[in-house]
Design a protein around this ligand. Structure first.
Ligand SMILES: NC(=O)c1ccc[n+]([C@@H]2O[C@H](COP(=O)([O-])OP(=O)(O)OC[C@H]3O[C@@H](n4cnc5c(N)ncnc54)[C@H](OP(=O)(O)O)[C@@H]3O)[C@@H](O)[C@H]2O)c1
Length: 288
C-alpha cells in the first residue's frame, strides 16, 4: 500500500472524524484538524484506541480566521516534508442574520469557501512533493438549493439568508475547486487531483446552533430523522481521497451513489472566474 499523509479539516466530529478513522484503519498517517485543542486531543486518543494506528497528529485553527488558517499551514510545513491528500471537510452553517468574522468577512463564506481555498493554495507546494497529490473538498447537495448567485455580492451583505448563504457557499466552493485545477494546469502542475464530494444527509452536529431560524428547525429535525450514519456519509470523501482507481481524475463530484453531476444551472466560465477572482482578492493578504 501507498502510505499517505492525509490532512483532514473538521475531524473532531461527524463526517471528518469518520474519515480520519477510515484513513487510520487503512494505515495512513492522519493530521487531524480541530478548532478546540481539548476536543481534538480527546478525538486523537479515541481514534488511536479504535484503530490501533497511533500515527495521528493534531493541528488547531479556527477557520473563521484566515490568519489562523495560514498559521496552521506554517505549522504543517514545518513538520511534514510533503502532503499526499488534503481533505477540506470542515463546514458550518450560521444564523438567520448576516454576521462577520473578526477579519470582516461573512462567516459562512469564510469557513465553507475562503478557508478551503486558502488552505489548498498554501499547501500546493507540499502536495507537489507527493508522488500524486489530491485535494478533496466536501460540498453538499445543497449547492443546488442556494438560488441564483449574486456575483456582485458574494458575501451576501445585501442578499443574506441562512439557506442562500450555505447553498451558495457550497456551489462557489465547487466552482473555486474547478478554477484551482485550471490554475494548476496553467502552472504545468498535473500531479494533483482536485475533486469535490457530497455526503447525502448524514446524522451529524452540522447546524446545531441556536441561531438557526426557528421556522426552519422542524424541517431540519424531520430531515435528520431520515439521515444516514456518518459512516455512510463519509464514504464518498474516503473514496475520493484514497481509491487508487481514480488517481489522475479531477473535476469529479462524488456522492453516496458514486460519481454525480453538479447542478450547472448557474454555471458559466465567467461566473466561475468571478468567484475565483473574488477568493484571490480576499485571500491576497494571506498568500505571501
Ligand atoms: N451532515 C450532512 O448531512 C452534510 C450534508 C452535506 C454536506 N455536509 C458537509 O460535510 C462537512 C462535515 O460536516 P458534518 O456534517 O460532519 O458536521 P459537524 O459534525 O458539525 O462537523 C463539522 C466539523 O467542522 C468543524 N468546524 C466547524 N466550524 C469550524 C471553524 N470555524 N473552524 C474550525 N473547524 C470548524 C467542526 O468543529 P467542532 O467539532 O469544534 O464543532 C467539526 O469538526 C461540512 O463541510 C458540511 O457542510 C454535511
Amino acid at each position: 500500500m501507498d502510505k499517505k499523509i492525509i490532512l483532514v479539516t473538521g475531524a473532531t466530529s461527524g463526517l471528518g472524524r469518520e474519515e480520519a478513522r477510515a484513513f487510520l484503519k487503512q494505515g495512513h498517517t492522519v493530521v487531524l484538524h480541530g478548532r478546540n485543542r481539548d476536543k481534538a486531543l480527546t478525538v486523537q486518543k479515541e481514534l488511536i484506541t479504535e484503530t490501533g494506528n497511533s500515527e495521528v497528529e493534531v493541528l488547531i485553527a479556527d477557520l473563521e480566521s484566515l490568519a489562523s488558517v495560514k498559521r496552521m499551514t506554517e505549522e504543517f510545513t514545518a513538520k511534514y516534508d510533503r502532503l499526499d491528500v488534503l481533505v477540506n471537510n470542515a463546514g458550518n452553517q450560521y444564523g438567520g442574520t448576516w454576521a462577520a468574522t473578526a477579519e470582516g468577512h461573512e462567516k459562512t463564506m469564510t469557513v465553507n469557501l475562503f478557508a478551503p481555498v486558502l488552505l489548498s493554495l498554501l499547501l500546493i507546494d507540499s502536495l507537489k512533493k507527493s508522488r500524486h497529490g489530491r485535494i478533496v473538498t466536501v460540498s453538499s447537495a445543497s449547492h443546488a438549493q442556494g438560488g441564483r448567485p449574486y456575483l456582485g455580492d458574494i458575501e451576501l451583505k445585501d442578499h443574506y439568508s441562512y439557506i442562500r448563504a450555505y447553498g451558495l457557499s457550497k456551489l462557489y466552493v465547487i466552482w473555486a475547486m474547478r478554477a484551482l485545477r485550471k490554475h494548476l494546469s496553467a502552472q504545468g502542475v498535473e500531479s494533483i487531483d482536485v475533486n469535490t464530494t457530497h455526503p447525502g444527509m448524514a446524522k451529524s452536529s452540522l447546524g446545531e446552533t441556536d441561531q438557526r431560524p426557528w421556522l426552519l428547525r422542524p424541517v431540519f429535525a424531520l430531515a435528520y430523522l431520515f439521515g444516514t450514519s456518518t459512516e455512510k456519509g463519509a464514504q464518498p470523501t474516503i473514496h475520493a481521497a484514497t481509491a487508487p482507481e481514480i488517481e489522475g481524475l479531477s473535476d469529479r463530484y462524488y456522492g453516496p451513489k458514486g460519481e454525480k453531476k453538479v447542478s450547472e444551472r448557474y454555471y458559466t466560465p465567467e461566473n466561475e472566474k468571478a468567484v475565483w477572482d473574488y477568493c484571490l482578492k480576499v485571500l491576497d493578504p494571506y498568500l505571501s
